[in-house]
Ligand binder design. Structure first.
Ligand SMILES: Cc1ncc(COP(=O)(O)O)c(C=O)c1O
Length: 436
């Protein structure tokens, strides 16, 4: 029985690999794929260990190699993200946000953040991490037309509410936020500017989005697995020693004990690869998102912000009310192996469980597979085929799989075949002989 169940689990994982890993066009904006080398190093003895404490100063013995790898990671992250102080022990982006809320505010303090339909993440809100810390959340006013923060209205909110933290960034994030102006507004009431770069970390590091620290943000949090194509995890960085010294204890010993060490070798390799190929990758991600937006718009879809070339990030947002709403559209696209998520748009009054009017589309993963503007036009056509019901779903699905098969390997990374020692390592780690 146990053996049968084990076989079933293996089969399920293999099916995931075959379906999501090899047969779909994945356009979920919060996901990405690691490079083969980063993936290979995700399976190691690091996954079994503890290393509480700071690098070189651990609470546990046996951390010599972990210290070395984490030290490499910290140095590379500092360089790639342009920050003096880095902590990568929060195991997710939401947890990194919670650490900021713990470090820089107290229960009952006001903060300001975007509402979820305007792009705010759940962790910014009273029902998420901000609420867990007992913070009182004020809305950052948002222009639906420009899909960006309404500075004048924000000024009034800040003057009245006197937030301790202004949280910027978001999950639906098409255009850079006006960090410079907001940091001026914040300084008038002594608020910290916290920038959540979960979605755009790879674009920032690749020099294709704003540089929040240089523009005046006090602290940045992020996930390491969205446009930055590393292992799933979180990161916090800043150039302010005083801010770091308040947030760091909230991460450890506050919120994290074991920081999921198997992430570290993969993160180090991804950072290294980003130094080599990150600029080229980030540029293509944005080009592809714009191309996809343009192709869908020219086909008659209501892509948001045509007057601003749709986006400056990896995302575009499409109002699919005419096509049955976000939930129905995403479901039908899934049947054709095109994976997107339904998304609230700023004017939506419904909740996520009801049907939001939009879908959100991200170009970062298909870019990693080497797709360019020409393929974005093909993807737009496939999306249109499904949503307009122009062709049988099965036929579109077969074309989707064909397109995906044309781009089998990950680009913008080191060539795993040049590192033969990896096969020996994997076989050693698993205790089995690996063959083709
Ligand atoms: C803006 C933003 N912040 C934080 C998170 C949470 O990140 P994680 O899933 O790493 O906890 C997300 C998740 O998608 C996000 O979009």
């Amino acid at each position: 029985m146990a053996e049968d169940l084990a076989r079933k689990i293996i089969e399920l994982v293999r099916s995931q690999e075959e379906w999501r890993g090899r047969s779909t066009i994945n356009l979920i904006a919060s996901e990405n794929i690691m490079s083969p080398l980063a993936r290979a190093l995700h399976i190691s003895d690091f996954a079994h260990r503890y290393a509480e404490g700071d690098v070189w100063h651990r609470e546990y013995q046996g951390a010599a190699y972990i210290d070395e790898v984490e030290d490499i990671c910290l140095k590379l992250a500092s360089e790639v993200f342009g920050a003096k102080y880095v902590d990568l022990r929060s195991i997710s982006g939401a947890l990194a946000n919670l650490a900021v809320f713990f470090g820089l505010a107290s229960p009952g303090d006001p903060i300001a953040s975007l509402q979820v339909p305007c792009g705010g993440h759940i962790s910014f809100r009273e029902f998420g991490a901000a609420g867990c810390r007992g913070l009182v959340v004020h809305d950052i006013p948002f222009s639906h037309e420009d899909m960006n923060i309404d500075l004048e209205a924000l000024s009034e909110v800040v003057e009245k509410a006197k937030p301790k933290i202004i949280t910027l960034g978001g999950s639906l994030f098409l255009f850079p936020h006006p960090v410079k102006d907001i940091s001026k507004i914040a300084s008038e009431v002594g608020a910290y500017v916290h920038y959540d770069a979960a979605h755009v970390l790879g674009l920032i590091a690749g020099g294709c989005f704003q540089r929040p620290l240089e523009e005046g943000a006090d602290i940045v949090t992020a996930s390491t697995h969205k446009t930055f194509p590393g292992p799933q995890g979180g990161i916090v960085f800043t150039n302010r020693e005083d801010v770091f010294s308040r947030v760091r204890p909230a991460i450890f010993p506050g919120l994290v004990s074991n920081h999921h060490l198997h992430r570290l070798p993969s993160l180090a390799v991804t950072l290294l690869e980003f130094k080599l190929f990150g600029k080229e990758y980030a540029k293509q991600v944005v080009r592809n998102a714009k191309a996809l937006g343009k192709a869908l718009y020219e086909d008659g879809f209501k892509v948001l912000c045509p007057h601003k070339e749709f986006t400056e990030s990896h995302q575009i947002a499409v109002d699919v009310t005419r096509f049955g709403g976000g939930a129905s559209a995403a479901k039908r696209l899934e049947e054709a192996n095109i994976i997107v998520n339904k998304n609230l748009l700023p004017w939506d009054k419904v909740s996520m469980v009801e049907s939001p009017s939009g879908i959100r589309i991200g170009s970062q993963e298909v870019t990693r597979y080497g797709m360019k503007e020409a393929e974005m036009e093909r993807i737009a056509e496939l999306i249109s085929d499904v949503l307009r019901g122009r062709r049988p779903i099965e036929q579109v699905k077969s074309d989707v799989e064909k397109l995906r098969r044309e781009f089998p390997s990950v680009h913008y990374c080191l060539n795993i075949e040049e590192y033969e020692e990896v096969v020996g390592f994997l076989s050693y780690a698993l205790g089995i002989k690996l063959s083709e």
